[in-house]
Structure formats: C-alpha cells, structure tokens
Design a protein around this ligand. Structure first.
Ligand code: SAH
Ligand code: SF4
Ligand code: F3S
Length: 470
C-alpha cells in the first residue's frame, strides 16, 4: 500500500519545515558556524542506505559531516541487530561516549536502526545511557526531522519505536557516501521469517517502491556518473508484491538495464526460493548487469534448511546455480552461511562443506549462529558447545580458502573490465573490482579512480587478483 502523493507531500513539507527550524536553532547555537554531525553505521547496506537519507536530511538542515565524534554537535549510531556481536559493539561504543558528553554537555547523542525496533533492547539502552537524547527505530526514519527538532527544542529525551506508519516515503533527500558507487533501495522489509533471523521483526513486512520511482532514481544516478549501482532489498526476487502494477524483479532490472550509459548494475540479496530462470535469462542477455549473484544458501543440509524455514532444498539450489552457470559464462557466485544452527550435527555441517566444494563460490560470508530473542530458533535445543562450532567454522574457512585460491588462479591470463575504486594506503596500488566482484590490484595513477579500465590478470594471491591495466 502506498500513501497518496498529496498526503506524502504534506508530510514531507512538514519535515522540511522542521529541518529549516533545526538549521535556525543550530546556527544561533554555533554563531553562524556550520554544525557538525558524526554518523556511525553498523550492519548491512540497508542501514548504510538509511544513513545516507539521514545525512541527506541533516545536510538540508545545514550540517557538515566529520569522521570522528570529538568535535561533532550531533552523534548518531545507526545500529544492527542481526547477531549478538553487532549489538555488543554498539553497547560498548555508546558507553564510551559518556566522557565526551560530560566534557561537552551540548552535544546531542542519538541511536537509531534495527536494535531500536527491539523493545527490550531499546528500553535497556534508553535506561542505561541517560546521556542519549534521542532514540528512534527503522520505522521512524521519515519523521527524523521532527524527532530531532523536539529533542533539540525541548531539551527533553525523545523515544519512538514501532511507528504505525510503515509506508514508503518518496522524496527524502539522500546524501550518498560514494560518487561513483551507490545503493538504490527498491524494497523494504522481509516476509520470509527464517527461524534464526531478526530482520523481519525489526524491518517489518515487505514493501516495494513503484517502478517509475526506481527508474527515475536509477536514471538520475547514471546521469550523475554512478558506475556501480546496487539495487537493495532483503529479498529482491520478491520485488513487486503488493504493488498495483504487476511487475517482477526480472522485469524491473531488465528495464533499468535499458537506461543508456556506462555502468554496472548489481542487486542484493537474492533468495534461492524466488530466484527465477527468468532473472537468470535477463542477466545473461543484459548489457549492464554484473556477472555476479549473491545467493545465500545458509546450509547444505535439507534437514537444517527445513528447520530454518528456507523453502528450498539442496537439489533446488543446485538446479538454479547450474542453470545460471550454464547461461552466464564466467559467473561469480557468493553466499552467506550459518554454522551451528540449533540441532545441526557434524553430518549436517559436512553437507555444507560438500555444497561449497560443488558450487565453487568466489567468496563466502560465514557466520556462527547467534540466538536472537523473539525468533523461533532461539527456543530450539542447541546442544553443540561453542568451541565445537568454532572448530567447524575454521574448517569451513580453510576449505573455502582453497576453493577461492583455485578459482582466482584459474583467472590468470583473463582480460577483465574493472572499476578503479581507491588507492591502497599501504602498497600505493590501485584497488579495483571486477564485474564478478573480485578485488583486482593494479599499478596506476589515482586519477583513474571512478573510471572503468581493462586489465589483464597477471597473478592471483588467495582471493585477490593482480592485474595490469592495458
Ligand atoms: N536478506 C538476506 C540477508 C539478511 S542478514 C538473505 O536472506 O540472504 C545477512 C546474513 O546474516 C544472513 O544471510 C545470514 O547468513 C546471517 N544471519 C542472519 N541471522 C543470523 C543469526 N541469528 N545468526 C547468525 N547469522 C545470521
Ligand atoms: Fe532474514 Fe530470511 Fe528475511 Fe533474509 S530472507 S532477511 S535471512 S528472514
Ligand atoms: Fe542488521 Fe538491520 Fe541489516 S539487523 S543486517 S542492519 S536489516
């Protein structure tokens, strides 16, 4: 469901007005100097994209941005709840701000993001850290200006989570971190409820943006020189659900692909249960879609996949992977894996090892299972001790390192189109990326940053390639 355009306009105009008021208040407080904000983002690209909206709003209110909290007037932590480790870091880093706040009491400290949509965590943080002035969840992003203004103007603490208004707001300003690499959200939320995962609980149900809004944002990014655009969603393959217009993800990306320009299109994340042959065919025949699919399989054991509520089995996963490999020469596949899901045995884990050997992924994001309060898996029996899980985890890394080394070594001699991204501060070499999302290091001048080049792959070191720009 989408809000009517006119009521969205009114709402956004009101928020814009709050930004204007914040600007005035801050300019009095700073005696005409620019106020400074420090935004620290944890978690996935979804959070990075949200932070870019917050930065867009703060920019409109006259803020500049700094890389450290010390001189900032406004400090915001955009938090992630996906694993315990992510949460622990936030608790530690917020606690460390206490001294800074004591020294400079006028600083405003705020917390937002996925952790703040968990009632028990948000309340605990609000109580434990009385120097935090503003707490808001992912569902309150659109009224950040109003919340910020309330905290600033009244001097009282502001707390908002589980906002009922879970619609999509178009037109919130975005200040992207990159000038040639950028994120483009096409949908929000998740309906899948994998039994281990907190995301649907903190991000709400799936909502897709309208096709026309996405096309116009993509066109604008391409015209502004973006070379590497990633379409974002927790499960991009189910894009379109609930829209008045009938459109699949394959149709959407096929249409973006037609926008003229020199750029790569990527997307994440794909769910194997919804990854269609139509999508693979679209990638195969596209001009701009990179030859890389991130297709998390989580576990190679059918029994565990069932307990995870993933709605596919090993056979179906391999079927789609083999179809994709046949259709897209040189395809690079990556995946997420969870080790030590409750009840997983070493026999189950061996199924995961055999799957990664069979598919030969370019790289893997591997996680040890972390129980999340409120998810079904957190209540399941979990008899395997942590040390045992860590042993399996290391075994997985070793196997994958061998696969990645072999894969990269097989690319020596290839010609690859690469995007020059940065200079490696240690070696002085250019850090580049291939269409398959593999890092390629090359000699060259930093003026090439942000451009496409062609390189010959001359060497492979583990999962990094050495190239020569030709
Ligand atoms: N929507 C994406 C990914 C979301 S979270 C998808 O479905 O693929 C990113 C990854 O974190 C997941 O793919 C999973 O591998 C991991 N993850 C999620 N919850 C976890 C948990 N409780 N413990 C360990 N890893 C987890
Ligand atoms: Fe979490 Fe599963 Fe949704 Fe991904 S698809 S965000 S793992 S519930
Ligand atoms: Fe973390 Fe929220 Fe992303 S929980 S992984 S930041 S959707």
């Amino acid at each position: 469901m989408q809000k009517t355009d006119s009521s969205q306009m009114n709402f956004l105009e009101k928020q814009e007005y709050y930004l204007h008021l914040i600007n005035e208040l801050m300019s009095v407080r700073k005696r005409g100097e620019k106020p400074l904000a420090f935004i620290h983002t944890y978690g996935c690209q979804q959070n990075v994209a949200d932070s870019e909206k917050i930065k867009g709003m703060l920019s409109s209110a006259g803020f500049d941005f700094v890389d450290a909290p010390d001189n900032a007037d406004f400090i915001l932590f955009n938090t992630c709840a996906v694993r315990e480790h992510a949460e622990d870091r936030v608790f530690g880093n917020v606690g460390a701000l206490k001294t800074l706040k004591r020294k400079h009491p006028q600083i405003m400290i705020a917390l937002c993001g996925c952790m703040m949509e968990q009632k028990h965590i948000a309340e605990r943080m609000y109580k434990s850290f009385p120097f935090v002035s503003l707490v808001f969840g992912t569902h309150s992003l659109q009224n950040f200006p109003q919340l910020f203004y309330d905290a600033l103007f009244t001097g009282k603490r502001v707390y908002e989570r589980d906002n009922d208004d879970k619609l999509i707001y178009e037109g919130i300003p975005i200040k992207r971190d990159g000038t040639f690499k950028g994120w483009l959200s096409i949908m929000y939320g998740c309906d899948n409820f994998c039994t281990y995962c907190i995301v649907p609980h903190v991000r709400g149900r799936e909502r897709s943006r309208k096709r026309a809004d996405i096309i116009s944002e993509a066109t604008e990014m391409i015209n502004n020189g973006y070379k590497d655009i990633t379409l974002l969603g927790q499960n991009v393959n189910s894009y379109g659900k609930g829209l008045d217009e009938k459109i699949s993800f394959a149709e959407l990306i096929g249409e973006i692909d037609k926008i003229p320009g020199d750029y790569w299109l990527r997307f994440m994340t794909s769910h194997p249960k919804d990854c269609s042959k139509e999508l693979i065919d679209t990638i195969a025949s596209s001009q701009h879609i990179s030859k890389h699919i991130h297709l998390p399989f989580q576990s190679g054991s059918d029994r565990i996949l069932k307990c995870m509520n993933r709605h596919y089995d090993r056979k179906k996963y391999l079927e789609i992977v083999n179809y994709a490999k046949a259709k897209i020469p040189g395809l690079s596949l990556t995946s997420d894996i969870i080790v030590g899901f409750p009840g997983e045995t070493y026999e189950d884990f061996k199924q995961t090892l055999s799957l990664i050997k069979e598919v030969e992924f370019t790289s893997l994001f591997t996680f040890i299972y972390s129980p999340r309060v409120g998810t079904p898996a957190a209540k399941m029996d979990d008899p395997i001790p942590a040390e045992e899980k860590s042993k399996w985890f290391r075994e997985l890394l070793d196997v994958q390192e061998e696969i990645a080394s072999k894969r990269c070594a097989s690319m020596v001699g290839n010609k690859e189109k690469i995007l020059v991204e940065s200079v490696n501060a240690k070696t002085g070499e250019l850090q580049c990326r291939s269409s398959g999302n593999i890092i390629v290091e090359c000699e060259g001048d930093k003026s090439l940053i942000g451009t496409f080049q062609n390189a010959e792959i001359i060497k492979a070191r583990h999962w990094i390639l050495k190239g020569k720009i030709v």
